[in-house]
Design a binder for this molecule. Structure first.
Ligand code: FES
Length: 446
């Protein structure tokens, strides 16, 4: 992210340049607190924290660490476990079975996820890390693809300029159904904001690399076409090809949770208008069976119910708004959660069997709680009436910084088979946050 001219004449230290002692100590602390999940953000964060540790910064002071983290984005962990690792970076941690930790993380991510020092230290491969040496680069040019020998050449060939943010106000795209409702809700466009943008590479007649390298992208890459494109562009050109989505491609072409507008009566009947999306009607009606669902074509990015708890989290919020207090919500995985939220603390009870690894279980629950709180209070994407997206940088999505999120407390009470808990926690915290804000009609609530 830093232009080379800004570091001219300076020394740059990457994570590989830290001392062995620093690398081991920081990796141990991040592992012990579950402060890294997909790991895409982690080496940069470790480098910054070590740099300030060397200068004598007090890393046990939350304000100091919040300030240092404000230059970063971690979408998975919800920041809290990173602050905990920074505060306890010099502790001797006991042995822990990282195989079990990886299995717990994979259960939550819905795909293979590694937990180990190699993730913290940036030594695992992401989707674009090991392409064939002379691979061409293909980037999106609206509905088509521009191919060049390098990323720069591909961008130049179509005059592509990297992202921007806008001052255009975001607003929910669907009007409320007419009526005198007990509770109403309108949600707008939001970006899942996974950090590793969609990428895949392929040799001619080979098999393309998996765009999900170490984590599930919260369901956001479920419909990604980069693997298929890598195979067909490599076959067409007779050489290896890397297919890369830029951040703005992810915003424009990646799936979003379907925006909706809802009016409910006290008895749970009512009307929900929702952006037309396969499967959304069944999901909403699984929570609100008495509601009439109107699917409406909305101009904008594609929508999907694969995104974290899409549709049913909104339905649980409406149910909670009608009830007037937080209660248990149950995810399709069978996991249950209940949350209380105020300005100081987010308290979550989770019932999802006996976790295979408590640290990663807690890390995923904290990450889901932060994501829900951030979504309800702060996140939005400006999309105009023609469907064009105007917020195209990571900074413009409204993801809450470390300093802006209340402390999150997780209490796990289940036993038996371990279940993925993240979606239940997400829905429970979203509902409790909305309740705490007084159930205003429009998200984000502020
Ligand atoms: S662990 Fe930070 S973005 Fe995934």
């Amino acid at each position: 992210m830093t232009p080379l001219r800004r570091v001219a004449g300076r020394t740059v230290t990457t994570i590989e340049g830290l001392t062995e002692e620093e690398r081991e100590r920081w990796a141990a602390a991040f592992l012990a607190h579950g402060a890294s999940q997909c790991g895409f953000c982690t080496p940069g964060i470790v480098c910054r924290l070590v740099g300030h540790e060397r200068k004598g910064a007090d890393l046990q002071d939350r304000e100091t660490v919040d300030r240092l983290l404000s230059a970063h984005l971690c979408r998975c962990t919800g920041w809290q476990t990173i602050r905990e690792a920074a505060a306890e970076v010099s502790v001797d941690y006991p042995y822990r079975d990282l195989g079990q930790a990886s299995r717990q993380a994979s259960l939550e991510a819905g795909t293979q996820q590694i937990v180990g020092p190699e993730v913290v230290l940036g030594e695992i491969s992401f989707a674009d890390d090991q392409p064939p040496h002379n691979a061409l680069v293909a980037i999106r040019n609206d509905a088509d693809w521009a191919v060049g020998e390098t990323l720069h050449a591909a961008r130049e060939s179509i005059g592509k300029v990297q992202g921007r943010r806008t001052s255009m106000e975001s607003r929910p795209p669907l009007d409320l159904p007419p009526g005198d409702w007990s509770v109403t809700l309108r949600t707008g466009w939001v970006e899942p904001a996974y950090l590793e943008t969609d990428a895949s590479w392929c040799e001619p007649s080979g098999e393309s690399s998996n765009p999900i390298a170490n984590g599930g992208a919260f369901g956001g890459k479920t419909d990604s076409d980069v693997s298929g494109q890598a195979e067909s562009i490599a076959a067409e050109n007779g050489v290896g090809v890397r297919v890369l989505w830029s951040r703005e491609d992810v915003v424009r072409y990646g799936s979003k949770r379907p925006p909706l507008s809802a009016g409910l009566n006290a008895d749970g009947s009512g009307v929900i208008r929702v952006a037309k999306t396969p499967g959304v009607e069944e999901i909403i009606q699984s929570v609100l069976p008495r509601c009439e669902i109107e699917q409406i074509e909305v101009a904008g990015p594609p929508t999907s119910v694969a995104l974290r708890a899409a549709g049913w989290a909104e339905a649980e919020m409406l149910k909670t708004g009608l009830r007037g207090y937080s209660d248990w919500v149950e995810a399709p995985s069978g996991a249950r959660a209940r949350a209380e939220v105020d300005a100081e603390i987010i308290r979550v009870e989770v019932e999802s069997g006996t976790p295979l690894d408590l640290v990663m279980h807690r890390s995923y629950c904290i990450g889901a709680a932060h994501m829900a709180y951030s979504w309800v209070t702060s996140e939005s994407l400006s999309v105009d009436d023609s469907g064009e997206v105007h917020d195209l940088t990571v900074r413009s999505f409204g993801v809450l910084r470390s300093s802006d999120c209340p402390h999150i407390e997780i209490v796990s009470v289940g036993e038996g088979e371990a279940l993925a808990a993240g979606d239940a926690v997400f829905a429970a915290v979203a509902a409790a946050t909305w309740l705490n804000r007084g159930c205003p009609s429009d998200l984000p609530t502020g």
